[in-house]
Design a protein around this ligand. Structure first.
Ligand code: KG4
Ligand code: ZN
Length: 342
C-alpha cells in the first residue's frame, strides 16, 4: 500500500509518501518558523493561511521526489488532531478530498500517535510492547504501549509541557522563537552546576510531571541576576540555560527510569520535538545502558513535526482495514487514550 501523509497541526506543513513494501519514498517539510518569529510565537490564523498556501505545492514536490503519480497513491493519511483547529482543517480537508477524488480510503491520524510510532521509520525499529516518553511543545507524557492503539497513559504534565517550558524560558532569556533549539545551543557553552535548579516532582512517587515551577524558578533567578549583577547578565545566560536544560533532562530521565521499573518494559521510545535535545538523548541512552533497556529515537528531523510519521501511522491503520467516512475530521483536543486499537 502506498500512503500519502499530510501534517498541518501547528506551524509545519509536512507531506510524505510511505510504501508498506518499500518504506519511506519521500518526505518534504515547510516550516513557518520565520513567519511566526516576528510575533514571538505561533499566530494560529497566520498558520492556517500559510498551510493553505504551501500544502499543494509541497504535495506536488513530494510526489515528484518519490517518483510516483498521484494516481499511484492508494491511501491518504492526515493529522486530525490535537492541534490548532484552523491549521488541522487545511490538512484534513485536503487529505479527505484527495482520497475522495482518488477513490481510495482516508485515515485521520492522532498527531501523538504519529510521534510515538516515528522511531519505527528507522532501521532496527522498536517492537511492542514498550514505554514511550512523548515530549513535544504541547505534550509531556509517559505511555505504556502494548500494541498499535493500545495506550495506557502512565503519567503526564500537570501544567506546562517540556517543550513549552523550553520555549518560555528561552523567551525570558531573549533567545527568540522557537526557543528549544536556541536554548539547547546556548546551554552547550554554560556551566550546568553554577546555579541550583529543582527537579520537580521527583521526590514523591508517581509518573506525572510539572514544569511551570521550574520555569518560575528560572525567571526569578534571571530577574534577580539582571537587577543585581547587570554587568554579568550576558555571561550568566549560558549557565542558566545549561542549568535549566540539565534540570529538565534529569527530571525526565528519573521518571523514565521509574516507568521502566514499574512496567518491566525493556524498550523505551522517545519522541516529539524535545526528543531532538542532545543532552536528553545522551542521558536516556546512558540510563538504558546502565539498566539494560533499549532506547529508541527517531532521527533528529523526525522528532519534530513531519509528514513521514503521519504517513507511517496512517498506513498501519489502513492496512488493518480502518478508514474514515466522508466527513472531514479535525479535533483541537483529542485524548490519546480515546484511540482504538486495530
Ligand atoms: O513535536 P513538535 O515539533 O511540535 C509539537 O507537537 O509540539 O515539538 C516542538 C517543541 C518546541 O517546544 C521546541 O522548542 C522543542 O520541541 N524542541 C526542542 C529542541 N528541538 C525542538 N527542545 C529542546 N531541545 C531541542 N533541541
Ligand atoms: Zn508534534
Amino acid at each position: 500500500m502506498r500512503v500519502l501523509g499530510i501534517e498541518s497541526s501547528c506551524d509545519e506543513t509536512g507531506v510524505a509518501v510511505y510504501d508498506s513494501e518499500r518504506g519511506l519514498l519521500a518526505h518534504c517539510l515547510y516550516s513557518q518558523v520565520a513567519m511566526h518569529a516576528e510575533y514571538g510565537g505561533v499566530v494560529p490564523e497566520l498558520a492556517s493561511r500559510d498551510h493553505v498556501r504551501k500544502l499543494l505545492p509541497l504535495l506536488t514536490e513530494c510526489l515528484d521526489q518519490a517518483s510516483v503519480e498521484v494516481t499511484d497513491i492508494n491511501g491518504v493519511a492526515f493529522t486530525s488532531g490535537p492541534g490548532l483547529i484552523g491549521a488541522l482543517l487545511v490538512g484534513a480537508a485536503t487529505g479527505r478530498a484527495l482520497a475522495f477524488a482518488l477513490d481510495c480510503p482516508a485515515i485521520a491520524v492522532h498527531h501523538m500517535e504519529g510521534h510515538l510510532l516515528a522511531p519505527m521509520l528507522e532501521p532496527d525499529p522498536p517492537e511492542f510492547p514498550f514505554v514511550a516518553l512523548l515530549v513535544s511543545g504541547g505534550h509531556t507524557m509517559l505511555v505504556e504501549v502494548r500494541a498499535l492503539g493500545e495506550y495506557q497513559i502512565l503519567g503526564e504534565t500537570l501544567d506546562d509541557a517540556a517543550g513549552e517550558a523550553f520555549d518560555k524560558t528561552a523567551k525570558l532569556l531573549g533567545l527568540g522563537y522557537p526557543g528549544g533549539p536556541a536554548l539547547a545551543k546556548l546551554a552547550e557553552q554554560g556551566d550546568p552546576d553554577r546555579f541550583r535548579f529543582p527537579r520537580p516532582m521527583t521526590d514523591r512517587p508517581g509518573l506525572d510531571f510539572s514544569f511551570s515551577g521550574l520555569k518560575t524558578h528560572t525567571r526569578n533567578l534571571w530577574l534577580n541576576i539582571k537587577t543585581n549583577e547587570a554587568a554579568k547578565a550576558e555571561s550568566v545566560k549560558a549557565d542558566i540555560a545549561a542549568g535549566f536544560q540539565k534540570a529538565v533532562t534529569e527530571t525526565l530521565t528519573i521518571k523514565c527510569k521509574r516507568a521502566m521499573r514499574e512496567t518491566r518494559a525493556n524498550t523505551l521510545v522517545v519522541a516529539g520535538g524535545v526528543g531532538a535535545n542532545l543532552s536528553l538523548r545522551e542521558n536516556l541512552l546512558q540510563a538504558g545502558h546502565q539498566n539494560d533497556w533499549k532506547v529508541s529515537f527517531p532521527r533528529l528531523e523526525f522528532c519534530t513535526d513531519n509528514g513521514a510519521m503521519i504517513a507511517f501511522a496512517g498506513c498501519q491503520r489502513l492496512l488493518a482495514g480502518q478508514s474514515e467516512p466522508l466527513n472531514i475530521a479535525a479535533r483541537a483536543r483529542w485524548p490519546l487514550n480515546e484511540l482504538q486499537g486495530i
